[in-house]
Design a protein around this ligand. Structure first.
Ligand SMILES: [Zn+2]
Length: 605
């Protein structure tokens, strides 16, 4: 109370000793901050340069560059969108991938559930589906289990507008987007499949088709950008009233073009250039409205990218190995997301703990012996570890708590990361004339290559769980490996230092806490019951703390004999300021396994 009474006096003194700069400072203080977050989906940090992305290159050199930025595992869009929007790892956000599998929620959706949802999960990149899943009768109205930064801004009477790719955009204010239904003037969502709020579609007309002439999704990304620029006057009006404003723009490229055509193709390079032009238009819009002195702009990507080497279907391989009844069965459900695989066991088919443990062990033994697999994580069903364990419940796995996946009732029984070949080039993979392969129950089979001609080779490959659409040479992500975990981040604006290269590790979970700090909002709790949140990137802020401890490398090793193999898996982290950043994974098998026709080793239940 006493402190509050003194503050006006201090301000009066400043005004009394008035100079033009002092009163300008007071006016600037009374205005709310505007924070613009632009996401380039799937941008690799090493593809930003003066030639291909001049506007982004200029931004990172003018403000703060974060050269050691980290996505979270699984390195897929929705898990990382939840991390960016809420500040939490999947255990805290309840979002474990693009695919979502909670049988009771799928059953409660009834006819609204997508086809085959019980067999392969639900793809969350769909706003009406997410709104249905977020109804009170389905998951107690908490599809996303942590509060989005947009909701924090709204609770502070601020202005929020989110435009871009459907799915990740929903994470920023999931409750208001579900409830508002267009009636709330401070809550705007403009995405492919829905427009909420007064912005509506009348200004822009419907979104252009994804295959509009020119670049795949290029016209759509430009449309999202126009929609967001159109929100600037409302953000300025909120700021003039002293309220914070958050604008989020989620571009589909370069992700969708890198997936479809391949990394380093002419189209993928064109996608980078188009995103860069959109960034240029956004910066011009901020400058011509004279709000650069109260607007922070951060550009981040959700995850990195690699090239798909051989395509495979984990589900089919489990069936061939006798570990799942059939492709359509629900005893064991494998939700595939390219570089990561979520495995769920049915409680009906495996009612006892012993039966579950036995089947999970057989699945782990089978997968561990495959040359395409990387680290595997299991959920602890017997609370054996009072403190956080490292060794998983199932032999040959890590406890899923080591990567922040734990605790949620929705967590899968196993999460499998594919093995990233971080230094392998795509020069013999990408291009219509390159050989292509599928890994199936009979081993490695030739296939068609649907990628485009390669212009510039890019390193990093995986064998990935891919749908029929994806072939050798196309882009993929989802695994633990430095080409997928390390992503891009840079920021410019009045709260960020100038010409500063952050020497410390940062990550997607640090974005929401940093936005909250800059906008003067309450940040997420550092730890909730099942996940952890990131930190404020204060070393990068003008008024932040610039004194930190040293960042320390940390390795967790798991060794196992699984005759005829011995397997050693390493997880590499950097620990800093009480936070842990996953950097990479290495897996060594001796002798190296060959791809063999699969022999059924276990009877079906
Ligand atoms: Zn993505």
């Amino acid at each position: 109370m006493k402190l509050n009474r003194f503050i006006p006096l201090i301000l009066l003194v400043i005004v009394a000793a008035s100079t033009s700069s002092a009163s300008a400072a007071l006016t600037a203080h009374a205005r709310g901050r505007i924070f613009v977050l632009m996401v380039w989906d799937g941008l690799r940090y090493d593809l930003v340069n003066q030639h291909d992305t001049p506007n982004l290159y200029a931004l990172e050199h003018e403000g703060v560059s974060f050269p050691d930025h980290h996505a979270i595992f699984p390195t897929v869009t929705m898990a990382n969108a939840a991390a960016i929007a809420t500040g939490y790892t999947p255990g805290g956000s309840g979002i474990f991938g693009d695919g979502f599998y909670v049988p009771s929620a799928i059953a409660a959706l009834g006819p609204k559930a997508p086809a085959k949802a019980m067999v392969k999960g639900i793809n969350l990149e769909n706003t009406p589906v997410m709104i249905s899943l977020n109804q009170p009768a389905i998951l107690d109205g908490t599809l996303v289990e942590a509060m989005g930064i947009g909701q924090r801004v709204r609770l502070a009477h601020g202005y929020v507008a989110v435009s871009g790719k459907s799915g990740p955009t929903f994470m920023f204010d999931s409750n208001d987007f579900t409830a508002a239904g267009g009636r709330n003037s401070n809550c705007n969502l403009i995405v492919d499949d829905l427009a909420l709020g007064p912005a509506q579609l009348k200004t822009f007309g419907p979104p252009p088709p994804k295959t509009a002439p020119g670049l795949f999704y290029g016209a759509r990304d430009a449309w999202y950008t126009d929609a967001l620029i159109d929100q600037l006057p409302s953000a300025i009006a909120a700021s003039n009233r002293g309220h914070p404003a958050l604008l989020v723009l989620w571009e589909r490229n370069p992700d969708c073009t890198q997936h479809r055509d391949g990394l380093g193709t002419e189209e993928a390079l064109e996608a980078l250039s188009r995103d860069d032009q959109n960034l240029g238009r956004l910066r011009i819009a901020i400058n011509t409205r004279h709000i650069a002195d109260r607007t922070d702009l951060m550009v981040v990507s959700d995850h990195g990218f690699v090239t798909l080497r051989d395509a495979l279907w984990v589900s089919d391989l489990l069936v061939a190995a006798g570990l799942k009844k059939s492709r359509e069965s629900t005893d064991v459900v494998a939700v595939g997301d390219q570089g990561s695989e979520l495995i769920y066991l049915s409680k009906t088919a495996f009612p006892s703990l012993a039966a579950r443990k036995e089947r999970l062990q057989k699945i782990v033994n089978f997968v561990s012996a495959q040359p395409w697999s990387g680290p595997i994580f299991s959920r602890d069903e017997e609370p054996r570890f009072a403190a956080h364990g490292v060794e998983g419940w199932i032999a040959g796995t890590f406890d899923d708590r080591v990567v922040g996946l734990n605790g949620s009732r929705r967590a899968p029984d196993l999460i499998i990361s594919m093995r990233e070949n971080s230094d392998e080039s795509n020069s013999s993979l990408t291009g219509p004339d390159q050989p292509a392969f599928l890994i199936g129950p009979k081993g490695r089979m030739p296939a068609k290559n649907h990628s485009d001609a390669l212009v510039r080779p890019i390193i990093g490959t995986i064998d990935a769980d891919a749908s029929d659409k994806f072939t050798t040479g196309m882009g993929a992500h989802g695994a633990i490996g430095r080409r997928e975990i390390h992503n891009f981040c840079a920021a410019v604006g009045p709260d960020f230092r100038r010409h500063f290269v952050d020497p410390y590790p940062t990550g997607n979970t640090d974005v929401a806490p940093t936005i909250a700090h800059v906008l003067g909002l309450r940040p997420p709790h550092t730890v909730n019951s099942s996940g952890w949140a990131g930190r404020v990137m204060s070393e990068a802020l003008v008024r932040g703390s610039h004194h930190h401890t040293l960042a320390k490398p940390m390795t967790i090793v798991e060794r196992r004999d699984l005759p005829p193999f011995s397997i050693e898996t390493r997880l590499l982290f950097t620990s800093f300021d009480g936070h842990r950043y996953l950097d990479d994974a290495r897996i060594e098998r001796h002798p190296l396994p060959d791809l063999q026709p699969i022999k059924s080793s276990a009877p079906s239940p």
